[in-house]
Design a protein around this ligand. Structure first.
Ligand SMILES: Cc1cc2nc3c(=O)[nH]c(=O)nc-3n(C[C@H](O)[C@H](O)[C@H](O)COP(=O)(O)OP(=O)(O)OC[C@H]3O[C@@H](n4cnc5c(N)ncnc54)[C@H](O)[C@@H]3O)c2cc1C
Length: 350
């Protein structure tokens, strides 16, 4: 049995940063993730995409942000159970929990933080005949490595942020980028929509709306697609077709844990500490919902911080915690300063 203070379900950015905040409070963490590597959506869906809204980073590649988060938490030595899904939970009489994975690994903890993001990553596939035949032969549902598309002709379909962001990014990688959407209006960020229009006028993106992909052609690999553009049919030559219609959120077994769920997300108390309807179980990051919720990395960081403070207060009743900035208390970082950091943290807790 693995024992820890906070068991974090999900090694996305929210779960990883929670380890750091817990470490400052001398709380030990263990993380379970269904994927073989940490990083959540950043590693699985867009490791090479730049992110522009992380405070202090004008631009950072998603994969680099994950590496930095791992570096930042190394000093607190979290445990990892990777490649396993949290499956069942049992609340004990003393308020502790036992969480068991689908492979039978048991974890005993004082608090559970669900940072499960979108759950398992199941792309929404368009209903096109023979689409399965072309998977990995020209059909890609994620852009894991943009280099796959270098100097290739690609067609992206979709109307949200993923379709817009990748069209913009890949316009500098692929030899030809076509963006197809079934409506004239896009759902993504205004800034991205404007950028796509700019690239269209510069001849770097072909924009076809309203249109839908209705057929796929090619003997061994995708060679062309058939589209319906406002009722007229035509064929476009392409090496890759990337339908980005979002991911169908699947909470999986967590949905049966007795938690209040609204639209596939876990309801939490956002006025206080992101705790669910079950005392001792928190939900942070993309997996939770509350009025005004935004699914952004920095919001997950904030929620993780308040969750850790709440767990600390519950586990140390009567002990006064005085918040100090890490810069003031001397917690300035990584391996070399760990001893000083720990001393400073103890001081700030006492
Ligand atoms: C293309 C794209 C671009 C984006 N760009 C930005 C951006 O520029 N800025 C920004 O702020 N946000 C962006 N986002 C959103 C951002 O990625 C999410 O807000 C962020 O990943 C949420 O982090 P998280 O840790 O809460 O969840 P996730 O990153 O989804 O991680 C959750 C983890 O939990 C694991 N998990 C789920 N259920 C279980 C279970 N039962 N057992 C074990 N493990 C489980 C999953 O395997 C996953 O690894 C973007 C998203 C996409 C798709």
């Amino acid at each position: 049995m693995i024992e820890t203070d906070i068991l974090i379900i999900g090694a996305g950015p929210t779960g990883l940063f929670a380890v750091f905040e817990a470490g400052l409070l001398k709380l030990k963490c263990h993380i379970i993730d269904a994927l073989p590597q940490p990083g959540g959506q950043l590693s699985e869906l867009y490791p090479k995409k730049p992110i522009f809204d992380i405070p202090g980073y004008p631009s950072v590649l998603a994969g680099d942000l994950v590496d930095n988060l791992m570096e930042q938490i190394k000093q607190f030595q979290p445990g990892f159970t990777l490649n396993e899904k949290a499956d069942t939970i049992e609340k004990q009489a003393d308020g502790t929990f036992i969480v068991t994975t689908d492979k039978g690994t048991k974890h005993l903890c004082k608090a559970v933080a669900i940072a499960g993001g979108l759950g398992s990553f199941e792309p929404r596939k368009p209903l096109i005949e023979d689409i399965e035949f072309y998977e990995d032969k020209g059909i890609e549902y994620f852009v894991k490595d943009p280099e796959l598309f270098r100097n290739k002709k690609i067609v992206i379909a979709g109307g949200g942020d993923s379709a817009l962001d990748w069209s913009i990014f890949l316009s500098n990688v692929a030899s030809e980028v076509t963006l197809i959407h079934r409506r004239n209006e896009f759902r993504g960020a205004l800034d991205s929509v404007e950028k796509v229009q700019e690239l269209k006028h510069a001849g770097k993106i072909h924009l076809i709306t309203p249109a839908e992909v209705i057929g796929l052609n090619g003997a061994e690999h995708l060679e062309s697609i058939d589209i319906d553009e406002n009722g007229a049919h035509r064929t476009i030559k392409t090496d890759y077709f990337i339908p980005l219609f979002g991911l169908s959120p699947k909470l999986g077994a967590i949905a049966n844990w007795g938690l209040e769920i609204e639209k596939n997300a876990i309801k939490v108390n956002n006025a206080l500490d992101y705790q669910t309807n079950i005392e001792g179980i928190y939900a942070i990051g993309d997996v939770n919902t509350y009025p005004g919720k935004l699914k952004l990395i920095l919001c997950g960081f904030h929620e993780a911080t308040l969750m850790c403070q709440s767990v600390y207060n519950k586990l140390n009743p009567g002990k006064k915690y005085v918040l100090k900035y890490t810069t003031v208390s001397g917690v300035d970082g990584f391996d070399g300063t760990r001893k000083e950091a720990e001393k400073a943290v103890v001081k700030s807790i006492d």
